[in-house]
Design a protein around this ligand. Structure first.
Ligand code: SF4
Length: 282
Protein backbone atom coordinates (compact mmCIF):
# COMPACT_ATOMS: atom_id res chain seq x y z
CA UNK A 1 0.00 0.00 0.00
CA UNK A 2 2.87 2.36 0.87
CA UNK A 3 4.44 1.81 -2.56
CA UNK A 4 1.16 1.82 -4.47
CA UNK A 5 0.19 5.25 -3.19
CA UNK A 6 3.80 6.56 -2.89
CA UNK A 7 3.18 7.37 0.77
CA UNK A 8 6.74 7.57 2.05
CA UNK A 9 10.20 8.76 0.99
CA UNK A 10 13.35 6.95 2.21
CA UNK A 11 14.37 9.91 4.41
CA UNK A 12 10.97 10.81 5.87
CA UNK A 13 10.56 11.66 9.54
CA UNK A 14 7.28 9.88 10.28
CA UNK A 15 5.00 10.82 13.14
CA UNK A 16 2.92 7.73 13.92
CA UNK A 17 -0.38 8.43 15.68
CA UNK A 18 -0.74 5.70 18.31
CA UNK A 19 -3.88 5.41 20.44
CA UNK A 20 -2.91 2.20 22.24
CA UNK A 21 -5.41 0.07 20.28
CA UNK A 22 -4.58 -2.94 18.13
CA UNK A 23 -4.60 -1.07 14.81
CA UNK A 24 -2.25 1.76 15.72
CA UNK A 25 0.16 -0.49 17.63
CA UNK A 26 0.24 -2.95 14.70
CA UNK A 27 0.97 -0.02 12.41
CA UNK A 28 3.78 1.14 14.70
CA UNK A 29 5.42 -2.30 14.75
CA UNK A 30 5.09 -2.70 10.97
CA UNK A 31 6.53 0.76 10.25
CA UNK A 32 9.28 0.17 12.81
CA UNK A 33 10.31 -3.02 10.97
CA UNK A 34 10.22 -1.30 7.57
CA UNK A 35 12.11 1.71 8.89
CA UNK A 36 15.05 -0.52 9.95
CA UNK A 37 15.83 -0.90 6.24
CA UNK A 38 15.95 2.89 5.70
CA UNK A 39 18.73 4.42 7.84
CA UNK A 40 17.77 7.99 6.88
CA UNK A 41 14.16 7.69 7.99
CA UNK A 42 12.94 8.29 11.55
CA UNK A 43 9.87 7.42 13.58
CA UNK A 44 8.37 9.46 16.39
CA UNK A 45 5.16 8.45 18.14
CA UNK A 46 2.46 11.03 18.90
CA UNK A 47 -0.37 10.13 21.25
CA UNK A 48 -3.34 12.13 22.53
CA UNK A 49 -5.28 11.74 25.77
CA UNK A 50 -8.89 12.61 24.87
CA UNK A 51 -9.96 13.11 28.47
CA UNK A 52 -12.61 10.36 28.71
CA UNK A 53 -12.80 9.25 32.37
CA UNK A 54 -12.37 5.51 32.89
CA UNK A 55 -11.02 5.02 29.37
CA UNK A 56 -8.25 7.48 28.47
CA UNK A 57 -5.99 6.66 31.41
CA UNK A 58 -4.84 3.22 30.21
CA UNK A 59 -3.59 4.00 26.71
CA UNK A 60 -0.74 6.48 27.45
CA UNK A 61 0.84 3.99 29.86
CA UNK A 62 0.67 1.21 27.25
CA UNK A 63 1.98 3.42 24.46
CA UNK A 64 4.90 4.57 26.61
CA UNK A 65 5.76 0.94 27.39
CA UNK A 66 5.90 0.06 23.68
CA UNK A 67 7.97 3.13 22.81
CA UNK A 68 10.51 2.31 25.52
CA UNK A 69 10.66 -1.29 24.27
CA UNK A 70 11.33 -0.18 20.68
CA UNK A 71 13.51 2.81 21.67
CA UNK A 72 11.22 5.28 19.88
CA UNK A 73 10.72 8.94 20.78
CA UNK A 74 7.25 9.62 22.21
CA UNK A 75 5.38 12.93 22.35
CA UNK A 76 2.25 13.01 24.50
CA UNK A 77 -0.50 15.61 24.39
CA UNK A 78 -4.07 15.95 25.58
CA UNK A 79 -7.25 17.77 24.63
CA UNK A 80 -7.19 19.36 28.08
CA UNK A 81 -3.73 20.87 27.49
CA UNK A 82 -4.38 21.90 23.92
CA UNK A 83 -8.00 23.05 24.00
CA UNK A 84 -8.63 23.72 27.70
CA UNK A 85 -11.10 20.87 28.15
CA UNK A 86 -11.18 17.08 28.09
CA UNK A 87 -13.75 15.49 25.76
CA UNK A 88 -16.29 14.74 28.49
CA UNK A 89 -16.28 18.45 29.48
CA UNK A 90 -16.78 19.51 25.86
CA UNK A 91 -19.71 17.07 25.56
CA UNK A 92 -21.26 18.27 28.85
CA UNK A 93 -20.89 21.95 28.07
CA UNK A 94 -21.91 21.83 24.41
CA UNK A 95 -25.26 20.11 25.16
CA UNK A 96 -25.44 19.42 21.44
CA UNK A 97 -27.33 16.91 19.35
CA UNK A 98 -23.97 16.02 17.80
CA UNK A 99 -22.51 12.88 19.32
CA UNK A 100 -19.21 12.86 21.26
CA UNK A 101 -17.42 11.27 18.29
CA UNK A 102 -18.19 14.31 16.12
CA UNK A 103 -16.32 16.53 18.58
CA UNK A 104 -13.62 13.97 19.21
CA UNK A 105 -12.81 13.48 15.51
CA UNK A 106 -12.37 17.22 14.93
CA UNK A 107 -10.23 17.74 18.05
CA UNK A 108 -8.10 14.67 17.39
CA UNK A 109 -7.31 15.68 13.81
CA UNK A 110 -6.19 19.11 15.03
CA UNK A 111 -4.22 17.75 17.98
CA UNK A 112 -2.34 15.24 15.84
CA UNK A 113 -1.52 17.81 13.20
CA UNK A 114 -0.20 20.27 15.80
CA UNK A 115 1.94 17.58 17.39
CA UNK A 116 3.25 16.27 14.06
CA UNK A 117 4.18 19.82 13.11
CA UNK A 118 5.86 20.36 16.47
CA UNK A 119 8.13 17.35 15.94
CA UNK A 120 8.96 18.45 12.35
CA UNK A 121 7.42 15.37 10.83
CA UNK A 122 7.29 15.00 7.05
CA UNK A 123 4.32 12.61 7.28
CA UNK A 124 1.68 11.77 9.83
CA UNK A 125 0.76 8.06 9.71
CA UNK A 126 -2.68 7.12 11.00
CA UNK A 127 -3.95 3.56 11.47
CA UNK A 128 -7.23 3.73 9.56
CA UNK A 129 -7.97 0.21 8.32
CA UNK A 130 -9.98 -0.86 5.28
CA UNK A 131 -12.98 -1.25 7.61
CA UNK A 132 -12.60 2.34 8.91
CA UNK A 133 -12.28 3.70 5.40
CA UNK A 134 -15.37 1.91 4.08
CA UNK A 135 -17.36 2.93 7.16
CA UNK A 136 -16.41 6.55 6.48
CA UNK A 137 -17.43 6.24 2.81
CA UNK A 138 -20.88 4.97 3.82
CA UNK A 139 -21.30 7.52 6.64
CA UNK A 140 -20.57 10.30 4.15
CA UNK A 141 -23.25 8.87 1.83
CA UNK A 142 -25.73 8.66 4.74
CA UNK A 143 -25.00 12.29 5.68
CA UNK A 144 -25.36 13.43 2.06
CA UNK A 145 -21.66 14.35 1.87
CA UNK A 146 -20.92 12.10 -1.07
CA UNK A 147 -18.46 14.58 -2.63
CA UNK A 148 -16.17 14.08 0.36
CA UNK A 149 -15.69 10.50 -0.81
CA UNK A 150 -14.25 11.73 -4.04
CA UNK A 151 -11.45 13.73 -2.43
CA UNK A 152 -10.77 11.31 0.43
CA UNK A 153 -7.46 9.88 -0.80
CA UNK A 154 -5.05 7.60 1.13
CA UNK A 155 -2.63 10.53 1.18
CA UNK A 156 -3.94 14.03 1.97
CA UNK A 157 -1.71 17.02 1.18
CA UNK A 158 -1.97 20.76 1.87
CA UNK A 159 0.05 22.87 -0.62
CA UNK A 160 0.60 25.56 2.10
CA UNK A 161 2.30 22.90 4.27
CA UNK A 162 0.41 23.79 7.47
CA UNK A 163 -1.17 20.38 7.37
CA UNK A 164 1.38 17.63 7.77
CA UNK A 165 0.61 15.15 4.95
CA UNK A 166 -1.47 12.36 6.42
CA UNK A 167 -0.92 8.80 5.21
CA UNK A 168 -3.01 5.68 5.85
CA UNK A 169 -0.75 2.66 5.30
CA UNK A 170 -3.44 0.23 6.55
CA UNK A 171 -6.20 1.50 4.27
CA UNK A 172 -6.17 -1.78 2.31
CA UNK A 173 -5.81 -4.01 5.37
CA UNK A 174 -8.99 -5.47 6.94
CA UNK A 175 -9.31 -4.87 10.68
CA UNK A 176 -9.45 -8.58 11.42
CA UNK A 177 -5.92 -8.87 9.96
CA UNK A 178 -4.50 -6.10 12.17
CA UNK A 179 -6.13 -7.86 15.13
CA UNK A 180 -4.55 -11.16 14.12
CA UNK A 181 -1.18 -9.43 13.61
CA UNK A 182 -1.37 -7.89 17.08
CA UNK A 183 -2.18 -11.22 18.74
CA UNK A 184 0.44 -13.19 16.77
CA UNK A 185 3.08 -10.55 17.56
CA UNK A 186 2.19 -10.59 21.27
CA UNK A 187 1.47 -6.87 21.19
CA UNK A 188 -0.24 -5.76 24.38
CA UNK A 189 -3.03 -3.36 23.42
CA UNK A 190 -6.01 -1.65 25.01
CA UNK A 191 -8.99 -3.96 24.63
CA UNK A 192 -11.59 -1.82 26.37
CA UNK A 193 -13.89 0.11 24.02
CA UNK A 194 -14.50 3.83 24.43
CA UNK A 195 -17.74 4.29 26.44
CA UNK A 196 -18.96 6.77 23.80
CA UNK A 197 -18.47 4.30 20.91
CA UNK A 198 -21.96 2.82 21.22
CA UNK A 199 -23.56 6.22 20.65
CA UNK A 200 -22.02 6.66 17.21
CA UNK A 201 -23.61 6.04 13.82
CA UNK A 202 -20.28 4.46 12.93
CA UNK A 203 -21.04 1.59 15.30
CA UNK A 204 -24.27 0.73 13.43
CA UNK A 205 -22.52 1.00 10.06
CA UNK A 206 -19.68 -1.19 11.38
CA UNK A 207 -22.14 -3.92 12.50
CA UNK A 208 -23.95 -3.84 9.18
CA UNK A 209 -20.70 -4.08 7.18
CA UNK A 210 -19.38 -6.89 9.39
CA UNK A 211 -22.55 -8.90 8.78
CA UNK A 212 -22.34 -8.33 5.04
CA UNK A 213 -18.60 -9.07 4.86
CA UNK A 214 -19.19 -12.38 6.62
CA UNK A 215 -21.87 -13.32 4.11
CA UNK A 216 -20.14 -11.85 1.03
CA UNK A 217 -16.36 -12.01 1.66
CA UNK A 218 -14.37 -9.33 -0.17
CA UNK A 219 -17.22 -6.84 -0.13
CA UNK A 220 -15.20 -4.23 1.78
CA UNK A 221 -12.51 -4.25 -0.91
CA UNK A 222 -15.17 -3.98 -3.62
CA UNK A 223 -16.77 -0.90 -2.03
CA UNK A 224 -13.37 0.76 -1.46
CA UNK A 225 -12.30 0.11 -5.06
CA UNK A 226 -15.63 1.32 -6.44
CA UNK A 227 -15.07 4.73 -4.85
CA UNK A 228 -11.45 4.70 -5.96
CA UNK A 229 -12.55 4.15 -9.57
CA UNK A 230 -15.09 6.95 -9.25
CA UNK A 231 -12.41 9.24 -7.83
CA UNK A 232 -10.11 8.53 -10.77
CA UNK A 233 -12.90 9.28 -13.24
CA UNK A 234 -14.05 12.59 -11.72
CA UNK A 235 -10.69 13.77 -10.30
CA UNK A 236 -9.98 16.37 -12.98
CA UNK A 237 -13.58 17.59 -13.12
CA UNK A 238 -13.74 18.49 -9.41
CA UNK A 239 -12.86 22.05 -8.35
CA UNK A 240 -9.64 22.23 -6.31
CA UNK A 241 -10.54 23.20 -2.76
CA UNK A 242 -7.96 25.61 -1.35
CA UNK A 243 -7.38 25.60 2.39
CA UNK A 244 -7.20 29.04 4.03
CA UNK A 245 -6.19 30.17 7.55
CA UNK A 246 -9.04 30.18 10.10
CA UNK A 247 -10.03 33.77 10.92
CA UNK A 248 -9.75 33.02 14.65
CA UNK A 249 -6.82 30.65 15.19
CA UNK A 250 -4.97 30.71 11.86
CA UNK A 251 -5.00 26.94 11.41
CA UNK A 252 -5.87 25.65 7.92
CA UNK A 253 -9.56 25.21 7.18
CA UNK A 254 -11.93 25.08 4.24
CA UNK A 255 -14.32 27.81 5.48
CA UNK A 256 -13.85 31.11 7.30
CA UNK A 257 -13.74 29.59 10.80
CA UNK A 258 -12.36 26.13 11.52
CA UNK A 259 -14.39 23.35 13.17
CA UNK A 260 -12.26 23.48 16.34
CA UNK A 261 -13.05 27.18 16.86
CA UNK A 262 -16.73 26.49 16.11
CA UNK A 263 -16.77 23.82 18.84
CA UNK A 264 -14.89 25.95 21.36
CA UNK A 265 -17.06 28.97 20.59
CA UNK A 266 -20.18 26.97 21.42
CA UNK A 267 -18.74 26.40 24.89
CA UNK A 268 -17.52 30.02 25.05
CA UNK A 269 -13.78 29.52 24.93
CA UNK A 270 -11.49 31.50 22.71
CA UNK A 271 -9.02 29.05 21.27
CA UNK A 272 -6.74 31.95 20.24
CA UNK A 273 -6.02 32.65 23.92
CA UNK A 274 -4.49 29.23 24.49
CA UNK A 275 -0.84 28.43 23.96
CA UNK A 276 -0.61 25.53 21.56
CA UNK A 277 0.47 22.85 21.60
CA UNK A 278 1.52 21.81 25.09
CA UNK A 279 3.01 18.35 24.86
CA UNK A 280 5.16 16.15 27.02
CA UNK A 281 8.16 14.38 25.52
CA UNK A 282 9.26 10.97 26.77
FE1 SF4 B 1 -13.47 9.61 20.42
FE2 SF4 B 1 -15.75 8.43 19.60
FE3 SF4 B 1 -13.41 7.17 19.35
FE4 SF4 B 1 -14.50 7.54 21.75
S1 SF4 B 1 -15.33 6.29 20.08
S2 SF4 B 1 -12.33 7.86 21.21
S3 SF4 B 1 -15.44 9.56 21.49
S4 SF4 B 1 -14.01 9.06 18.29
Amino acid sequence: TISKYKMLEPDDRIAVAVSGGKDSLSLLYILYKIEQRFPHSEIVVVTVDEGIPGYSEEAPVLVEKHCRRLGIELVKGSYKQMFGYGLWEVVEKAQSELGPCSFCGVLRRRALNLMAREVDADKLAVAHTLDDEVQTLLINVIHGNVLRNLVNKPIVVDPEKRLVPRIKPLCLVPERETTLYAYLSNIEFQERDCPYATTALRQDVRRMLNRLELKYPGMLFTIYRSFEKLRNVVRDALPQKQLTPCALCGEPCSGEICKVCEILNTIAVSYTHLTLPTTERV
